[in-house]
Design a protein around this ligand. Structure first.
Ligand SMILES: Nc1ncnc2c1ncn2[C@@H]1O[C@H](COP(=O)(O)OP(=O)(O)O)[C@@H](O)[C@H]1O
Ligand SMILES: [Mg+2]
Length: 315
């Protein structure tokens, strides 16, 4: 990643819901990472660990309770003029998990897709607006005849394509895809992932790709971050994470992936993560440490030394 331009920088991001109340939730708790221009960063972890909140906070659907988000070096949060906000909204878009819930059932596909075009004034005439809609439909593998239909007339995969077209309409640089394939049939998942990959190549897009398991993420991500209870616990290139997982939570996630080969599947041992395995003492500093270039793990100094050895043995 040396020499690559950073597009998005998340610095000590915090999102505490109901702060100061007994029901406070530290949904995102001091998370830092960078996303490089043109790459896909996968973000994985079990349901409720704070992935969506991380995405939603980056894109300012929620105001952060701490930390910073820099987009091309500019602070996304804090007080912003209307013009600046519009500019950020223009450059960052989100695709949601549930293509059923995220499309307004009473709106025609053309109006759903053109919403951003209208908000940002990207078409001068009605004809230009419709031309853009047709082009977007074709870009995502649908056809112009679909423009006058309503969301309920489409399958799950097609609806997700509409969601993708809607995101693309404002020509963003960065897209957060929040479990975009989790609600789809397995047979359709690869098609949507391939579409996202093709679009990335074609348009030079940068993705934050959120998923709850590790099975499809490797295929789309350059690097992967693993979240556990609001914290980022491991960050590495996809290959490194699969070949040399270090944090016991990452290992447990990997052990949960079913193997296509029957023998490997029979031999597969599921491990459960128990945070007590760390046995941290109060004086130990637990933080992200770089084990090898670009491979970070949340650990104490003692674990750091163990992980160093573990890596050497596996290699
Ligand atoms: N708007 C909200 N208000 C209060 N708590 C929330 C809100 N949104 C999410 N949470 C809580 O924050 C935690 C992280 O949720 P979320 O980011 O949705 O996790 P994930 O996307 O990884 O499943 C969960 O405990 C969830 O209940
Ligand atoms: Mg989520």
């Amino acid at each position: 990643m040396e020499g690559r331009k950073v597009l998005l920088e998340v610095k000590h991001l915090k999102q505490y819901f109901n702060q100061g109340k007994p029901n406070m939730v530290k949904a995102v708790d001091d998370v830092s990472f960078q996303i490089y221009e043109g790459e896909t960063l996968g973000l994985v972890g079990e349901s409720g660990c704070g992935k969506s909140t991380t995405g939603r906070t980056i894109i300012r659907l929620y105001e952060a309770t701490g930390g910073k988000v820099l987009f091309r070096g500019k602070d996304v949060h804090g007080k912003k003029s209307k013009k600046e906000l519009k500019e950020f909204n223009h450059k960052m878009q989100m695709i949601f998990q549930d293509p059923y819930a995220s499309l307004n059932p009473r709106m025609k596909v053309s109006d759903i897709i053109a919403e951003g075009i209208d908000i940002h004034g990207l078409a001068k005439t009605k004809e230009e607006r419709m031309e853009k809609v047709y082009e977007l439909l074709e870009t995502v593998g649908l056809s112009r005849e679909h423009a006058n239909r309503y969301p309920h007339e489409f399958s799950g995969g097609q609806r997700q394509r509409i969601g993708i077209a809607r995101a693309l309409a404002v020509q963003p640089d960065f897209i957060i895809a929040d479990e975009p394939i989790s609600a789809l049939d397995v047979s359709i998942q690869a098609q949507v992932v391939n579409l996202l990959k093709d679009l990335q190549k074609e348009k030079g897009l940068t993705y934050l790709f959120i998923a709850h398991d590790l099975s499809m993420v490797k295929y789309i991500s350059d690097r992967i971050g693993v979240m556990y209870f609001g914290k980022l616990v491991e960050l590495a290139t996809s290959e490194d994470l699969y070949d040399h997982p270090l944090h016991p939570y990452t290992k447990s996630l990997l052990s949960a992936i079913p193997q296509p080969d029957p023998i490997s599947e029979r031999l597969r041992k599921r491990t459960e993560y128990n945070p007590a395995v760390h046995g941290y003492t109060p004086d130990e500093e637990v933080k992200m440490r770089e084990i090898s270039p670009g491979h970070f793990v949340m650990c104490s100094e003692k674990e750091y030394n163990q992980y160093q050895k573990e890596r050497l043995v596996v290699k």
